[in-house]
Write a protein that binds this ligand. Sequence first.
Ligand SMILES: [Zn+2]
Ligand SMILES: [Zn+2]
Ligand SMILES: [Zn+2]
Ligand SMILES: [Zn+2]
Length: 426
Amino acid sequence: MGCVFCRISARAESTFFHWFVLELAGTGEMTERLLRAQGFCPKHTRQLIPNASPGLLSAVYLPLLQSAAQDLRAIATGGRNGSSSSAWERCPACESVVTSLRYWSGLVEGCFQNEPRRWLERFADQQALCVYHYALVYSAVAPATQEHLDGLLLKGLQEPTAWPLQPAIDDFCVPTHLPDHRFDRAEAGRRWGDAWEELQARLNADTCPVCQWLAESAHDYLAWLHRAVADQPPSQWLQASQLCWSHVHAWLKGISAEVAWRWRTELASWWLVQYQAAKRRQPGRTIHGRDASPGGGRLRAALGVDESTCALCHHLATRLAEGLQLLASALPDPMIWPVYSHSKGLCLRHLRMLLPRLSPADRTQLLAVHQRRVEVIAWTLERLLRLDSWNRRHEPITYEKDGWQLALRTYQGELWAFEPYPRFPQ
Ligand SMILES: [Zn+2]
Ligand SMILES: [Zn+2]
Ligand SMILES: [Zn+2]
Ligand SMILES: [Zn+2]
């Protein structure tokens, strides 16, 4: 029971990490893919950690850091531009999920082509398609199957349970509740006199300040939405509750059953109203007085469940721009710079976004600090890998065993923004 594609995604992820640990990690091809993706995405970094040993994590991230050091050197000498974020590819685990969904979409299409009535009944009985996977599967199937999927989803959204809004969420690697703040912001806020002090407090915390702002903003947004759905009329929160798959995942993991029910039923009726309006604007063909295409792409447009329409993704883009703007102005200041150079600093992703906003002199100063930092982390990982050898068995392994945390934080600061440090299972 529940969305079959949610379960396919979860299985594709666990199969990927099974083979990653057994065979793929450290191969030339996988290293190239991770370089092009700048490491794993936050979700899959979280999933990688309990699957891998410190040695494996060091071996995976060492070539990435070596390449990053070279990259920073090239930017410093004017050979490359700093803002290459748009060129990053999908993380290899995300890619394996997409490949798997494409493959299974093909099979579903075969089923619907041969015995549409039987498969529609089975899908409806099992409530086997959520709106989030509908959008993915829709783009991979032929128009005839798209029509079947539209009909199935419309029927589901009209049912009292609004089952297409109940994705079968895997429990792995997402927080089981809205996470607590790493430091008490209410308490710290009383001490902040102004933006300078707030920034200094961020820099003294353990991870990238931009990652902290973004993680806290996402938390604040979802916590506000939870209160709004519980207490306020739908007109106050419906549009704001239109989330992409990754944010709906975080949202559903943190909310109460009553709020989930209210959100689901109100959002489903709102979508149906939007769909009807779109249908009136663009009436479809009719055959024998019946609408030939229940959706004709209109349902998909009315649902709008990707990053481009996610209210939280939009909010975070604004928060990111605000954070980068503050850093660009404040970082070169003689009061802030010493704090920054002693802090963990920005993650590589946010560093690259900040660079184009700085003057050449400030950019050079920042790049020098980060280049050295990345080189020392790479050195630590390399040393751990050498200490693993029989010839070095007399040398104790101390700080080297935690080098992977510094390496991963360099790529995904947000994992350290909220939660306690990820630990291996005991
Ligand atoms: Zn699903
Ligand atoms: Zn991923
Ligand atoms: Zn960051
Ligand atoms: Zn989103």
